[in-house]
Design a protein around this ligand. Structure first.
Ligand SMILES: [Zn+2]
Length: 425
């Protein structure tokens, strides 16, 4: 295992030995077992792999064996360990500073870097863009089918065409720049917590790398239900608290007014709890999460792009402790509050881990939306920031600027980007 160690993967509390891998069959020649990294009891899914004459593999290793390029997984692991160290040393400090409301020091904590480019953080907006770069860097591997940069460019160009007067009214509803920064702080907390539990979710991430057509019966040996349930619950709450933002953006985009909610909500808004409220915006915000979700259909652009994995039964099961976890079979059952014999949901641990990754992806999209609104609001005070240089790569001087300002590239970010690129060269 020495090569792994050199790449930054440390194995704690376990004996390691060199193994001799047959490069053709991928079987280990001098070992009886390939070890689990955790000390967890083998679940049913693990047991299925034992007894077919092959060396039993842990679910994670089995998953790794099913992806196209095993080297990708190994380098992913080593990248991850390096990222984690880096994260713990510098980036978590930046998150802490944001949380304390000390934006002015974040740039120093991040060494004013945006990727490999040095970047002058001479205003709060630029500092937040710099922090966002850390977020994108730490989560890019979760965007597997479509590359993260493409997804975000798509979101920004969708936002660019939104009615700016309406967007400003929405920003006012969010208590302006201070309120939006507060919302951004809440979302960044999701990433901060995510970095702590990320190792637990590696099998779920590997699952995304599966070759087409595979139907894996995957267990998860890197965590138990208790390791991820708090993250799940907190991330769910943080995103749900802001879900009105993409909903209102769809209201603007499709129905012309941020307060013009889909007709599917009319009936609810007529009910006596809501009837006497000031307006539909207040009505929507006061709906409980379950109600918000039952009307939450992913067929409108912004709600679709945020793609919140909205499993309210699981969330409420955790919140009200109406949940049973069968560790051997890795099955979670959420039962009815009043009648514990009624099971409302059964889900495998791996599926919950995959939902955790989905929550993080939703948080990435949400953070980009918040930054877009911030850029727009700061822009009215003539404060400007570029986004990461990689987003400008294929733009021509006369194209619309990729930052979403709706100005021409040459009249918006071009000079600043050229400056950064030339400094590096
Ligand atoms: Zn621009």
């Amino acid at each position: 295992m020495e090569p792994f160690k050199n790449r930054g993967l440390y194995i704690i509390n376990a004996a390691t030995e060199d193994c001799d891998l047959d490069s053709n069959t991928r079987f280990v020649k001098n070992a009886d077992y390939l070890a689990e990294i955790s000390g967890e009891l083998p679940c049913d899914n693990v047991k299925e792999y034992i007894g077919d004459g092959n060396i039993p593999l842990s679910p994670f290793l089995k998953a790794a064996d099913n992806v196209d390029d095993i080297r990708q997984v190994v380098s992913r692991l080593s990248d991850f360990s390096r990222d984690m160290l880096n994260w713990k040393m510098r980036k978590s400090t930046a998150f802490q500073l944001l949380n304390d409301g000390s934006i002015e020091y974040i740039a120093t904590a991040l060494s004013n870097k945006m990727g490999s480019y040095l970047y002058e953080c001479d205003n709060d907006l630029k500092t937040l863009q710099c922090l966002q770069e850390a977020v994108l860097e730490g989560t890019k591997h979760l965007f597997i089918e479509t590359n993260q940069d493409q997804v975000i460019s798509g979101l920004i160009s969708e936002l660019a065409s939104i009615n700016k007067e309406q967007l400003h009214q929405l920003a006012e509803e969010m208590d302006g720049i201070d309120g939006i920064i507060l919302a951004y702080r809440k979302i960044v907390e999701v990433f901060s917590n995510f970095m702590d539990i990320y190792p637990n979710l590696l099998p779920a991430e590997t699952y995304h790398l599966y070759k087409d057509g595979e139907n894996p019966k995957l267990g998860i040996a890197t965590c138990s239900f208790s390791d991820i349930k708090t993250f799940y619950q907190d991330a769910y709450e943080s995103i749900m608290a802001l879900i009105y933002i993409p909903v209102c953006l769809d209201n603007i985009k499709i129905r012309g007014d941020y307060q013009n909610f889909p007709a599917s909500l009319n009936y609810t808004f007529q009910q006596k709890n809501y009837r006497y409220m000031e307006n539909d915006f207040k009505r929507y915000k006061s709906l409980d999460n379950g109600m918000k979700l039952s009307k939450f259909i992913d067929d409108e652009p912004f709600r679709g792009m945020v793609a919140m994995p909205a499993n309210s039964v699981l969330r409420n099961g955790i919140g009200h402790n109406n949940i049973r976890y069968d560790g051997v079979n890795q099955k979670i059952s959420a039962f009815d509050r009043k009648n514990h014999n009624v099971v409302k949901l059964e889900i495998k641990l791996i599926d919950m881990a995959i939902e955790c990754l989905g929550l993080v992806k939703s948080a990435v999209m949400m953070s980009e939306i918040l930054l877009f609104i911030l850029r727009f609001e700061f822009g009215t005070n003539n404060i400007h920031s570029i986004i990461h240089p990689r987003f400008y790569k294929n733009s021509d001087r006369n194209d619309k600027c990729p930052c979403g300002s709706n100005k021409k590239f040459k009249k918006c970010c071009l000079n600043e980007i050229q400056e950064i690129l030339s400094e590096k060269g």
